[in-house]
Design a protein around this ligand. Structure first.
Ligand SMILES: [Zn+2]
Length: 261
């Protein structure tokens, strides 16, 4: 659902942020020339796939409400209750799905494409294997129908999370002091950058997309990198460097006998 919204309403933000990042300097431009063809191709492939799929989270929510299907609709929950329950459910589900993407080997085969990026900028946000789109959509639609989540909450959550996702992967960072002050309460770009480290103990942390509560509750919160800044690297050590920017390699990696795990 986040991807649907991104592709239809937020694409312009990606372009604007990318343009600002390119102004950063020669190193950023060299990195962009190397990484962006594959990252942007993955965006285009996922967009094409999304346009072919006739089901969406929002449409499912409207259908469930009209048909009085799903827990909140069956019990005719008052709007404030329905919106609150919907937002908490969406937030917790996005945390659990991200955690599962790292802990379940089959899902990690696909999610690792996102983590194999050797630098972080706004194009990393959508550097995902197209199959991830279908998996996330499937879980979202089942959840939305089963619980009867509110359409307004789905739109609001998708918009907010997308803005956060873009900021998490952007080279444009929050001021250091502000990032640190916010970390106990919400997932800041600084916390998400730790999640993209090539050091497993750092990658296995900070799974939340929005609030820091779930990571703190389930013991996956990591406020500071475990290694000194001089040793910090993005990417995946096990993913061959010469394949990390190769579109074909990224698309077929999950299906290899040895998927660079
Ligand atoms: Zn991850």
């Amino acid at each position: 659902m986040a991807i649907e919204t991104a592709l239809s309403y937020w694409f312009v933000f990606l372009i604007v942020i990318a343009a600002i990042e390119l102004l950063g300097g020669e190193e950023e431009r060299r990195s962009a020339r190397r990484r962006w063809p594959a990252n942007l191709a993955l965006v285009a492939i996922t967009a094409g796939l999304a346009s072919l799929v006739p089901v969406g989270g929002l449409a499912a929510a409207h259908w469930a409400r009209e048909a009085s299907v799903g827990l909140l609709n069956v019990f005719d929950a008052p709007l404030p209750v329905a919106v609150t329950v919907s937002l908490i459910t969406l937030s917790l589900t996005s945390y659990l799905m991200h955690l599962a993407s790292h802990r379940i080997p089959f899902l990690w085969r696909f999610h690792k494409i996102h983590h194999s990026d050797q630098a972080l900028d706004v194009t990393t946000t959508f550097r995902t294997h197209p199959a991830i789109y279908l998996m996330v959509l499937g879980v979202d639609v089942l959840l939305i129908i089963a619980l009867g989540l509110t359409p307004a909450a789905i739109i609001a959550y998708a918009a907010v999370v997308l803005a956060i996702d873009l900021s998490h992967h952007s080279a444009i960072r929050l001021p250091e002091r502000l990032d640190r002050a916010l970390r106990p309460y919400m997932m800041t770009p600084g916390l998400h950058h730790i999640h993209h480290s090539d050091h497993v103990a750092e990658t296995d942390s900070n799974y939340g997309h929005d609030i820091a509560l779930w990571d703190r509750l389930f013991g996956t919160y990591l406020a500071e990198p475990k290694r000194p800044p001089s040793r910090f690297r993005y990417g995946l050590k096990q993913f061959p460097q010469d394949r990390a920017d190769d579109l074909n390699a990224l698309l077929v990696a999950p299906f290899r006998r040895d998927p660079y795990s």
